[in-house]
Design a protein around this ligand. Structure first.
Ligand code: SF4
Ligand code: SF4
Ligand code: SF4
Length: 218
């Protein structure tokens, strides 16, 4: 079994060219991130930390999905990336066709005096309203990734928590590197990233921990 263990697992969704819901193409970032993971030799690292009894559940998981449908399950990965596009409302003429409202699965769009309004608390940045708007009222704004940290299954499963913001691919690579530095610096016995974040932040909220990570490592 140990021969099958790489020290990390890396997963992507079907991605660009294979899925109409793709918000961003992850081909390049996926290659860069897998190179980074391979070069860290996490298998040797984890072998030392676990005293030689390395198992599959110790492996660090990184997962990328190219849209919020999240087919590659980034919410249960140590580091999860979700493609995201913020709709930008232009000054173009809105004919109140309501195509955007019908398309939005989150019920995040309403029309106000013949102008669209987007509820940012509901919007998942899937970009589907942009594709159906016939008049270019809704256009692509900032496009990149949402980043979620600390998800896992196993004996004590937990969903990942999201760092606020949409990050461009170069920033994502930088943030992942810093997270890996933090993970390796604080890993004592092969713990998963989420356990490290929770243990380091005992008594603090996850928001505090992310603020600390952002300040010192990201
Ligand atoms: S995550 Fe989105 S883009 Fe990727 S396969 Fe699923 S639906 Fe398609
Ligand atoms: S980006 Fe997606 S979730 Fe947000 S308003 Fe448009 S369709 Fe709805
Ligand atoms: S799809 Fe475009 S034109 Fe139609 S209601 Fe929405 S914003 Fe207006």
């Amino acid at each position: 079994m140990e021969d099958e263990i790489k020290g990390y697992q890396f997963e992507t969704c079907f991605g660009m060219g294979n899925c109409p819901h793709c918000v961003i193409s992850s081909d390049i970032i996926a290659k860069n991130l897998e190179d980074i993971l391979r070069n860290r030799d996490l298998k040797s690292f984890l072998k030392k930390r676990t005293g030689g009894s390395l198992k599959m559940h110790h492996e660090l998981r990184v997962s990328i999905s190219d849209c919020p449908s999240a087919c590659s399950r980034p919410q249960i990965a140590d580091i999860g990336l979700i493609g995201a596009c913020i709709p930008h409302i232009t000054d173009n003429y809105c004919n109140s066709c309501e195509a955007c409202i019908e398309t939005c699965k989150e019920d995040a769009i309403s029309l106000n005096n013949d102008r669209p309004a987007i509820d940012n608390k509901k919007c998942l940045y899937c970009g589907q309203c942009i594709d159906v708007c016939p008049n270019g009222v809704l256009m692509k704004g900032k496009t990149g990734y949402r980043i979620q940290l600390g998800g896992k299954l196993g004996r004590h499963p937990r969903l990942a928590e999201e760092i606020p913001g949409i990050f461009e691919p170069d920033d994502v690579v930088n943030i992942v590197e810093k997270c890996l530095d933090y993970y390796q610096m604080h890993n004592k016995k092969g713990e998963r990233f989420g356990e490290i974040l929770v243990n380091k932040g005992r008594g603090k909220t996850l928001d505090d921990i992310f603020r600390y990570l952002l300040l010192h490592f990201i």
